[in-house]
Design a binder for this molecule. Sequence first.
Ligand SMILES: Cc1ncc(COP(=O)(O)O)c(C=O)c1O
Length: 341
Amino acid sequence: MLLNHEKINFLHLPTPLEYLPTLSKELQIELYIKRDDLTGIGMGGNKLRKLEYFLYDAKQKGATTLLTLGGAQTNHGRLTAAVAAKHGMKCVILCIDEYPGEVSANILLDRLMGAEVVLKKSDGRDVSLQYDELTKEISKRYELEGEVVYPIPIGGSNELGMLGYYECAMELTKQAETLDLENARVISTVGSMGTYMGLFCGLKNENSPLALTGIAILPFEEEKEIHLMNYFKKIKDFYSLPLTPSASDFDVETDYIREGYNKPNQKVREAIYKMARKEAIILDPCYTGKTFAAILDMVQQGKIKKGETIIFLHTGGQPGINTPFHRIEMEKELIDGVTIL
Ligand SMILES: Cc1ncc(COP(=O)(O)O)c(C=O)c1O
C-alpha cells in the first residue's frame, strides 16, 4: 500500500465510469469511459490527480511558486496554473517551443488563471539541457523577487506524480467490481508515462483483475522502452514494490503515433467527431482523440475482440481543439454544416 503519502484533496472523486451504449452497439464491444476529464478545476484532466501530491509536497517545502515545463499547449501546465491560482500561489510554465501565433487554447487559459508562460524556441541542442538552463534562469528571477520555487517535471511524471494514477487504479477497480466488469481492459494514453505507470503499479500491486493497454501518442523507440523500464525501477526502489515485471508485461501499442506528437491527423479528427456525435463527449486532438482512433482501429484489426469490455480513460485535454493548427483543419471539414443566411 503506497498511499500513506499525504496529498491535498481538491478533486471531484471518484470520477464517473459511464457506459457508452451507442458506440458499444456499433463497435460490438462493451465500451465504458472513465471521466477523468471531469476532475474539477481549470477545465479538468488527468494531471490534477498528480498535482494533489505535488501541492502537498510544495506546501511542506514552503513554496510560493509552482514552476513546470512542457510544449506550448501543455495541459499539465494549464492545470498547474489552476492549482496555483486556487491555492494562492504563483505559477510559471516554461515551454521550449515556438509561439503558436496567438494567445489561444491552453495558453489563453494559462493567462486567464494568472500564470506566466515563457516560450523559447529550441536551439537544436538536447531539449532537457535547454529546459535545465531555462529553469535555472527563470527560478533565479523569481527567487530574487522573494519567491520559493517548486519545480514539477514535465507531465508531472515522477515517483510522486504517479501516485495519482496508482490511486485511480484502486478507484477503477472498486467501480468495476460494483458494475461487474472485472474482466475489463483499461485503455490509457501514454505521453510522459506517469498515468500509465501509476495505473500499471496500482493494478498489479493491489491485485486488480483489470488488464491495461497503453496507447503511445509520441514516438516510442527503444530509448523510450528503456525509459519506461527505468521509470518503473525508480518507483520500485522508491516504494520497495514487490513487483518484478519483464518488459513484455508493459503492454503499449506503438502503431498509432501517426505523424507524431500533436500533429493534425484526419483519422484522429474522425474519431473525435464520432465520439461527439454518438455520445456527446468531447475528446482532444493530441491525446484522447488519438487514443480513441486507436481503439476504433484495434476493433477493426481484432486486437480488441468482439464482446470485450473496454474502459477508455478520458484524460481531458479538450482546450487543445482550439490550437490554431488543429482548429483550422477542423474548420475546413465542418464549415459545410454552417448555414449563413
Ligand atoms: C489530456 C492528456 N491526456 C494524456 C496525457 C498523457 O499522460 P502522461 O503524460 O502521464 O503519460 C496527457 C499529458 O500531458 C494529457 O495532457
